[in-house]
Design a protein around this ligand. Structure first.
Ligand SMILES: [Zn+2]
Length: 144
C-alpha cells in the first residue's frame, strides 16, 4: 500500500482531551494502520476514543475497537476470519507512582501520558494487546 494512504498519528493533548470530554472516531481499512497492516490480511476497523472526567476528577480514555478482519492461521497459513471487539477504560497517569496506584484499583488500567498522545498509536496498542498469541482455525477446521 502507498505510504501516503497510512493514517496520520492524530496527536492530541490527552489531559485536555479528557477534561473537555472530547471524542474521536474513525473507520478505516486495517492496511492504513501503520502497525496493524502486518497483523491483518484484510478488513475494516471502527475505532472510538472518548475522554472522560469521573466524579473524583480522574481522567480516563474509553477505547473501543471493533471490526471483522482477516488473519493468517498459524497452522495452515491460510486466511481466516477474526472478529475484533474490545473495549477498555484507561486512566491517565502523570508518572510511574500514579500509574501503579491507578492500576491497583479494581477494574482499572492506566497509561502513563505525557503532553502529547497519538490516538492512532493508542488504538493500535490496544488492538495488539487484545490479540491472541497465535491465531488458528479450530482443531480439524483448517482447509485442506
Ligand atoms: Zn488453519
Amino acid at each position: 500500500m502507498n505510504e501516503s494512504l497510512k493514517l496520520s498519528p492524530t496527536e492530541v493533548d490527552p489531559w485536555r482531551f479528557c477534561k473537555d470530554g472530547q471524542s474521536w472516531e474513525i473507520r478505516s481499512e486495517v492496511a492504513a494502520f501503520p502497525r496493524l497492516a502486518s497483523e491483518f490480511t484484510q478488513g475494516t476497523l471502527f475505532c472510538r476514543v472518548i475522554g472522560r472526567v469521573n466524579t473524583r476528577g480522574s481522567l480516563s480514555l474509553q477505547v473501543k475497537v471493533s471490526g471483522e478482519v482477516g488473519m493468517t492461521c498459524q497452522r495452515c497459513l491460510s486466511d481466516m476470519p477474526y472478529k475484533v471487539d474490545m473495549a477498555r477504560t484507561l486512566y491517565l497517569a502523570r508518572n510511574e507512582a500514579e500509574m501503579e496506584r491507578l492500576d491497583a484499583l479494581p477494574d482499572s488500567d492506566a497509561i502513563q501520558a505525557g503532553e502529547v498522545l497519538s490516538l492512532v498509536e493508542l488504538v493500535e496498542d490496544e488492538v495488539l494487546l487484545s490479540l491472541p498469541v497465535a491465531v488458528m482455525h479450530a482443531p480439524g477446521k483448517c482447509p485442506a
